[in-house]
Ligand binder design. Sequence first.
Ligand code: OSB
Ligand code: MG
Length: 367
Amino acid sequence: LTIDSAELRLVRLPLLTPFVISTGTMYERVFPLLILRSGAHEGYAEGVMDPFPDYLGETIPAAMALLRELFLPMIVGKSFANPAALQDLLTPWRGHQMTKATVEMAFRDLWAKSLNLPLGTLLGGSGDSVEVGVSLGIGSIDDTVKRVAEHHAQGYKRIKLKTRPGHDVDLVAAVREAFPDIRLSVDANACYSLADTPMLRKLDAFDLDYIEQPLAWDDIQDHATLQKRIRTPICLDECINSVQACRQALQADAARVINVKVARSGGYGAALRIHDLCAAFDVPVWCGGMLESGIGRAHNIHLSTLPNFSKPGDTSSASRYFARDIIREKLETRDGRMPVPRGAGIGVHLDHDFLPEATISTEAFAP
Ligand code: OSB
Ligand code: MG
């Protein structure tokens, strides 16, 4: 498959409501949108790095520079038999998993389209819809209980509450009291340390499905120590930036659930191996989200059709996030299930009536 040309856009979508997590508040999504072309086909992916390094170390300015000056000139005009052949060119460069993943994900979509197969099918998945939950940002306890009620009524299969120091036990206690039977989890986004063990132990009383990334973003060992002290399963998110990190976490019993994000793993190649490795350890996985536009959400939904995605993911209805999306399809849940977009590749199409309005800059790449 020859990559004839590429287009790199920087896109901005305002969020309908600010999203608050322990590391800060997001008011909008700004993201690199990559289009790879081959003959009549186009493959799409979006980058999920932040403007500044807060979720992980990667940033949009670094990603744009690497794509522009290194990765795109390396691949445009070249032929690759499959995604692994393309990944081989990216792997020797250190770090920057999200940036590499943007390239690999757009190529996967292009490859699937050239084979006229849905991306999920090509990844080894099956089914025409996936189970989803919802991730609720930090808000007052009263407001959170109201939002839980609304989303539970909409059918979401699991509610995840964001916490931060001082906004945890009382929050979870209030939500659990109001909803004794729902599937509930919390996500700390790395805001605690082992010194918070007494508080984290208190969370054992609330039958949480898991506690997501309680400790430092780069510390698997402390999570292993914590898991020995609490009953609630730990789910790692930030820490799982490679197959190796996942293997070390599983071997150390630092995680009994894994949140898979293709971008954080460096591409589908790594994400698939993480999926399989977790299955071998009998550890369930689920698909995380990064407030993606329809392009990233479509990727997430296809990935979630793989067999070990046995817990609901975070890809909730796009209308919760944006007034208007950059794709033509509406990605909306029904009874807690998200339909898999039909057709080849990721199965969604750019909305060219709206995209120019959302675009900050556009760059073209030819051989
Ligand atoms: O930790 O999973 C996370 C959003 C931005 C950055 C990190 C995370 C999240 C979410 C929201 O939890 C997931 C979504 O609704 O897309
Ligand atoms: Mg998380």
